[in-house]
Write a protein that binds this ligand. Structure first.
Ligand code: ZN
Length: 103
C-alpha cells in the first residue's frame, strides 16, 4: 500500500500530465493506470477480475506512470500541449499565464 505513494504523485504532477500528455483523455494506458490505482486502493476496479497480486498491480502501475511522465516531459520540451487563452499573445519562451513552453 505504501508502495502506491512511492512516486509522491501530487495533484500538480497530474495537472502537468493531463496538460501535456498527448491525447490524455483518450489513452488506454491512462485508463489502465487509473484502474490499477483503484485496485491497489481497494476500490471497485475493472482489473479486479484479473487476479493480480497487489505487487504485480503496483509494478505495472509504476511502469505505466514512468512512461506517462516521460511522454509528458518530452511533449513539454517540444512546446506541445494545450494552450491557454494567453499563450498566443506572449513573446517570451514561456507563457506567463500558464507556464507553457512556447518556443
Ligand atoms: Zn498560456
Amino acid at each position: 500500500m505504501k508502495k502506491t505513494n512511492a512516486f509522491g504523485i501530487t495533484e500538480k504532477f497530474w495537472d502537468f500530465i493531463e496538460k501535456y500528455l498527448p491525447d490524455y483523455h483518450e489513452r488506454d494506458d491512462v485508463l489502465r493506470q487509473s484502474q490499477l490505482q483503484l485496485y491497489i486502493d481497494g476500490k471497485e476496479s475493472a482489473v479486479a477480475g484479473e487476479g493480480l497480486a497487489e505487487d504485480e498491480a503496483g509494478d505495472e502501475l509504476h511502469h505505466i506512470l514512468y512512461n506517462l511522465y516521460a511522454e509528458a516531459i518530452d511533449a513539454y520540451t517540444k512546446g506541445l500541449g494545450e494552450e491557454c487563452g494567453n499563450c498566443r499573445t506572449q513573446q517570451g519562451n514561456f507563457c506567463s499565464a500558464c507556464g507553457k513552453k512556447l518556443h
